[in-house]
Design a protein around this ligand. Structure first.
Ligand SMILES: [Mg+2]
Length: 337
């Protein structure tokens, strides 16, 4: 709505009179006629542009949600940054390596209450809410998928890749994604069909097509199941043997996806992550011109707990070809958490 009004304000109500006056200075009827035509053209053009902007704005109702999301993410990021200056009390979730802090829980509560206040009918899937027993089911309705701190182990150690990640879906499709890398002070934003940005500047993937010239990201996790652990390690070895330029494990899935989106890395693959790790970054990668596929190379499924993102389809498929797949369940499977 606001864009429409702004455009209407751009029309100078005195333009028409001023043009007639200028024509009068020349005391020339044909000049006056030309000026009247120009004036009418300018006003007509501006009006139809204003009308079009108004229509676009009304059909683009999710933009307002995205603007609100950026504000909320900034507040959340501020809390995370302040918490890094203080002592961090660490608690364990499912295992001694699955960590959570008071800040994870506090930030998620803040995000959900700030969004629910404005959009009371919307749905939420939040990492800490799900850990506390909330369902993790993706409906067709507007849904906010939230990771209050992606990279909690990094946060605890002050290792510099810690992010707040929020993805917004409608009809199970990601409409926009916001990832704020707190220690780097980088705000990544992407809206479907409107590009990807870091701190307001456009970003794009490297476009690399040659796997042997690629820098590949993944995460090792610390798998409780020895067979899974062996598969994770074997997969890393296979990728290194392709060969590639290198493999890195930065420790935040959302940041990893942003690193691919801005061309600092060429690919990222992971099995065993969750929808809140992927939703925000998914928008970044696709809007930056990258691809996102299932670990098998097939279509990406947000609730499948696995993905490959890459700078090009060729690199994505080459990685899929190397990887051994292991079962890691689904986000929306009953009792999966
Ligand atoms: Mg988290």
């Amino acid at each position: 709505m606001s864009i429409g009004h702004q455009t209407l304000h751009l029309i100078d109500p005195f333009l028409f009179i001023r043009l007639l006056y200028i024509a009068g200075q020349y005391d020339n009827t044909s000049n006056a006629v030309v000026c009247v035509f120009i004036a009418v053209g300018v006003i007509k053009n501006s009006s139809s542009r204003a009308q079009q902007t108004l229509i676009n704005d009304m059909t683009d109702s999710w933009q307002e949600c995205m603007n609100h999301c950026v504000d909320v993410t900034k507040q959340a990021g501020k809390i995370v940054r302040e918490a890094l200056e203080k002592d961090i009390a660490v608690m364990e979730k499912s295992s001694p390596t699955d960590l959570v802090t008071e800040t994870d829980q506090r930030v998620e509560k803040l995000i959900i209450s700030a969004i629910r206040e404005k959009y009371p009918t919307h749905c939420f899937i939040g990492e800490e809410s799900v850990a506390a027993g909330a369902p993790s089911v993706l409906s067709d309705g507007p849904t906010w998928i939230i990771d209050p701190i992606d990279g909690t182990t990094n946060f605890v150690h002050r290792f510099p890749f810690v992010s707040v990640s929020i993805g917004f879906t409608v009809n199970k499709e990601v409409e926009f994604g916001i990832v704020y890398s707190c220690m780097e002070d980088k705000m990544y934003t992407a809206r479907r069909g409107k590009g990807a940005f870091c701190n307001g500047l456009p970003i794009k993937v490297s476009g690399q097509e040659d796997i042997t010239k690629s820098l590949v990201l993944t995460e090792m996790g610390l798998k409780k199941d020895p067979e899974h652990f062996k598969t994770v390690m074997d997969n890393i070895q296979k990728i290194l043997n392709v060969p590639v330029h290198g493999v890195r494990c930065p420790g935040s899935a959302a940041v990893n996806m942003c690193l691919v989106a801005c061309g600092a890395a060429d690919a990222y693959y992971h099995q065993g992550i969750y929808c809140w790790d992927m939703a925000g970054g998914a928008a970044l990668v696709t809007e930056a011109g990258g691809v996102i596929v299932d670990i098998t190379g097939g279509p990406f499924d947000l609730m499948s707990r696995r993905l490959i993102v890459a700078s090009s389809p060729r690199v994505a498929q080459r990685i899929a070809q190397e990887l051994t797949v292991f079962p890691c369940g689904r986000d929306d499977a009953p009792c999966s958490h």
